[in-house]
Write a protein that binds this ligand. Structure first.
Ligand SMILES: [Mg+2]
Length: 386
């Protein structure tokens, strides 16, 4: 880069909602077609490339967040993602840190890294940590179903090439039937085969989760019998003392942290030993700059990092870049059958012969949003384009 290209001013940041075909969440208040729980963000610069990011929250909140943050980012240098994002965090502390503003900054930060990559001709992974690997194993995330249906769904995605699976939410724990829970996981294991990796997500961040530590301990014993690789969100998301105890006693590894935001919030969970696996969401925690710091912290505490940015193609793209930029990442989350992942880019993600995903090494995030395809899931895609 020459001196003349070391500054690229932010001219505007725009967002659009994604709605219409949101996959089921398995939540007790299920997502409706008109609901929007994901927003895409575009950072426009003076004469430079457009950068793209993704935010996992209601798009109306993102639009409001951008308005509030605008005086802080207008005219800023788009080629300094970590500094600009930290400036936004530091100057919005009193206005809802950890919530809407942190979510919004996540999308901005991802987009700024995308711009830096496009301007320098480097993939984001090279910029944020280097290239430790060329590909990574995706685990196919699917909602829990009644056992027979569960078997069929896993078999369908196994036939598509996936070799790792996670099942979660749905009736698990909520039907108050331990035998049913056992049968669901058993059906998933039978369909996935003995060699596949299988993970289980209770989804206790759902409203009015009915169980506590004793249920989680009993259930963990059952999961061990099905060779389950981790037990995720087994307790309410604020129950740190119970998580510490569960991790100490559980025969299967304990995962969580997808609803936490900001690196500061992760620190007590890591320091106290609440998780074997931490799952920050790059589209919520503050973006790639923050996610990288959380993953580095986790490594120092001997906790495994697995990204949770799975909800849109841009979130997956960001997760893939971090999956190569960190030394010990062996999985990314990948939702089975979401149009927001499979249907908005020029080139969809494809599994290789072993069911792994190639990590793009093109400038920026390495994915290209397709305007015509995107138009199916939003009223007006134009704010994302020049
Ligand atoms: Mg989860």
């Amino acid at each position: 880069m020459t001196a003349s290209t070391q500054t690229l001013r932010i001219r505007a940041i725009r967002s659009i909602p994604l709605f219409g075909e949101s996959p089921k969440g398995g939540w007790s208040a299920e997502i409706k077609p008109e609901d929007t729980i994901h927003a895409l963000i575009a950072v426009h610069t003076d004469g430079g490339p457009i950068g793209y990011g993704s935010v996992f929250t209601d798009a109306r909140l993102v639009a409001a967040g951008l308005k509030v943050l605008e005086p802080l980012f207008l005219g800023e240098n788009a080629l300094e993602p970590a500094r600009v994002s930290e400036k936004l965090h530091q100057n919005s502390f009193w206005m809802g840190r950890g919530g809407t503003l942190t979510h919004t900054i996540s999308g901005i930060d991802i987009a700024l890294w995308d711009i830096l990559g496009k301007v320098t001709g480097m993939s984001v992974g090279r910029l944020v940590g280097g290239r430790h690997r060329e590909r990574v194993q995706p685990y196919c995330s699917l909602l829990m179903e009644e056992p027979k249906r569960m078997y069929d769904v896993i078999a369908e995605y196994r036939a598509k090439g996936f070799t790792a699976f996670k099942i979660g939410w749905g009736p698990f724990g909520r039907a108050m039937d331990a035998k049913l829970d056992d049968a669901i996981v058993g059906a998933a294991r039978a369909a996935a085969g003995d060699k596949a990796r299988l993970f289980v997500d209770a989804g206790a961040s759902d409203a009015y989760w009915p169980h506590g530590l004793k249920w989680a301990l009993r259930t963990a014993e059952m999961l061990k019998d099905h060779d389950v690789g981790w037990f995720e969100e087994a307790l309410k998301p604020d129950a740190i003392d119970d998580f510490v105890e569960l991790r100490r006693q559980s025969p299967v590894p304990i995962a969580g942290g997808e609803v936490l935001t900001r690196r500061q919030a992760f620190l007590p969970w890591l320091a106290r030993g609440a998780f074997d696996i931490v799952q920050p969401d790059v589209t919520k925690v503050g973006g790639l700059s923050e996610q990288r710091r959380i993953a580095w912290l986790a490594e120092e505490f001997g906790v495994k990092y697995v990204g949770h940015g799975w909800n849109t193609a841009l979130g997956v793209a960001a997760d893939l870049q971090l999956a190569t930029a960190l030394p010990n990442v062996d999985l990314v989350e990948f939702i089975g059958g979401s149009p927001y992942v499979d249907g908005i880019t020029a080139e969809p993600f494809r599994l290789d012969a072993e069911g792994w995903l190639e990590i793009p090494d093109k400038p920026g995030l390495g994915v290209e949003i397709d305007r015509a395809r995107l138009a199916r899931y939003t009223d007006d895609p134009s704010p994302l384009f020049a």
